[in-house]
Design a protein around this ligand. Structure first.
Ligand SMILES: *Cc1c(COP(=O)(O)O)cnc(C)c1O
Length: 458
């Protein structure tokens, strides 16, 4: 797609729309000379050049990638107007778009009534779900796996709710037996399950925990900030298909969070929280003397904790979903390629004598470490960190990220490794771009060569 053409078109359409109103003179205080601007712009682009190449498949580190073309154009076109999705009068067009994308996201998870809204982030989306949980289960605690995102522990502190970390099993999933033991104490009102942990991409057995609801009166919130869109890979018989049980179970949970700014190809500033019970909007009830002038319209600010939110974020997601809907044949194809890349790479690592898989990837996050002699945690840690550092400076660079793992977690998966430290860094690659599918053979060779260069130094 021709980004330049559509950026110009977005600007043209905005100008055309503006000129449908009576003319007025711009104020001189806002004027900036072209030379002054050129100098400042030069400095900006020079500084931006210090970024890692998130767009490139040699960047196989954190969960970062540029937005899809459609998201960029959608964001730009709306941002030139800068609507505020706090209330209908702040952004009458983008509030409608938000309603539509929320319905699409709800449909993706099989929620019957789409109550929910976009948020600025997964953090805020989870905070909202935990806030509603606290209102419905006053005085009761929240349980989540020790591998859950750190935000849950933090937000429980913000909300004044007691939190309980439950042991994770050898695949990084919540240990259901340990959870049930905790539920027997009657202290827990809400269980947070993760569909795609941030570290390993592990999917908690949501269906198994859901079955516990017959015996224990608990709310279940699913944090699918990272993994949510992978639900599109269930229900096919392809190599990259995922076991459907945990994903199908989400439809019967109480709330779910998904981050379109992770796997929904959006720029940052786009999370979403969805509720299964539409009556929870009563917990947001408040009156405002200065907003909500359109009492009969949908005002997202009446059902969200945040006030101002970018209408442009809704427009970006809306335009993206017009061309790549959250369906198996739309966005599912993008995620499928990343998943196939993860399968292909993990197979190569599994048969490599130079690298070792930390565990089989469940989604598109591959975790591994260099094979070192003697096989000790300290050496794994040092070599992984050195690979990360030198990989970025090579002529044909590779950009990786590390993951800190505890000795019990590492040794339970790899009993041959000596636990001479309490934790070690291993390597973690989130394969968030479909382009990885073709790039894996090269990436694998480069990472193997990096590992060899560091083990030979000793
Ligand atoms: C990224 C992530 C979060 C936090 O979301 P932000 O959008 O970074 O605020 C929460 N939970 C999980 C599982 C995540 O992957």
């Amino acid at each position: 797609m021709d980004l330049m053409k559509w950026m110009v078109r977005a600007h043209e359409e905005n100008t055309k729309w503006q000129s449908s109103f009576p003319p007025f003179s711009p104020h001189p205080s806002m004027e900036v000379g072209d030379d002054a601007f050129a100098a400042a712009f030069h400095d900006l682009t020079e500084r931006l050049g210090k970024n890692y190449p998130f767009f490139h498949p040699s960047y196989a580190g954190h969960m970062v990638r540029p937005p899809h073309f459609a998201a960029t154009i959608g964001y730009l076109a709306a941002m030139l107007i800068n609507p505020n999705n706090h209330a209908f009068d702040g952004g009458p067009a983008t509030v409608e778009m938000e309603k539509e994308v929320v319905a699409q996201l709800s449909g993706m998870f099989g929620f019957q009534t789409p109550l929910g809204h976009l948020t600025t982030s997964g953090t805020i989306a989870n905070l909202e779900a935990l806030y509603v949980a606290r209102e419905l289960r006053p005085g009761q605690g929240v349980a989540f796996s020790e591998d859950a995102h750190f935000t849950h522990n933090r937000m429980c502190r913000v909300l004044g709710v007691e939190s309980h970390a439950v042991r994770a099993d050898r695949r990084g999933r919540i240990d259901v037996e340990a959870l049930e033991k905790l539920l027997r104490t009657q202290q827990i009102g809400t269980v947070v399950l993760t569909a795609g942990t941030t570290g390993l991409g592990a999917v908690d057995p949501i269906h198994e925990v859901l079955a516990l609801r017959e015996r224990y009166d608990i709310r279940i919130h699913v944090d699918a900030a990272y993994g949510g869109f992978f639900t599109l890979l269930t229900g096919s018989d392809t190599a990259e298909a995922l076991p459907p049980e945990p994903w199908q179970a989400i439809s019967r949970c109480d709330s779910v969070v998904v981050d379109p700014h992770k796997h929904g190809l959006q720029p940052y500033g786009c999370g979403a929280v969805l509720f299964n019970d539409p009556d929870v909007d009563r917990f947001y009830a408040h009156d405002s003397p200065y907003t909500y002038c359109a009492p009969d319209e949908f005002n997202p600010g009446e059902t969200s904790l945040e006030c101002s939110r970018a209408g442009a974020a809704a427009a970006a997601l809306w335009l993206t979903f017009q061309v790549l809907p959250p369906t198996p044949s739309g966005l599912g194809r993008v995620l499928g390629a990343g998943r196939r890349a993860a399968l292909e790479w993990s197979a190569r690592i599994a048969s490599s004598g130079i690298l070792e898989l930390y565990q089989e990837p469940e989604l598109d996050i591959v975790t591994y470490f260099p094979v070192v002699r003697p096989a000790s945690m300290r050496l794994v840690d040092r070599t992984s960190a050195a690979m990360l550092e030198s990989g970025a400076t090579e002529a044909d660079p590779v950009f990786l990220s590390t993951l800190k793992v505890r000795s019990d977690a590492l040794v339970s998966r790899h009993p041959g490794i000596t636990a001479d430290a309490s934790e070690a860094r291993i390597i973690r690659s989130a394969l968030m771009k479909p382009e990885f599918e073709d790039f894996i053979p090269h990436l694998h060779d480069r990472v193997e060569a990096l590992a060899v260069s560091h083990t030979e130094l000793r």
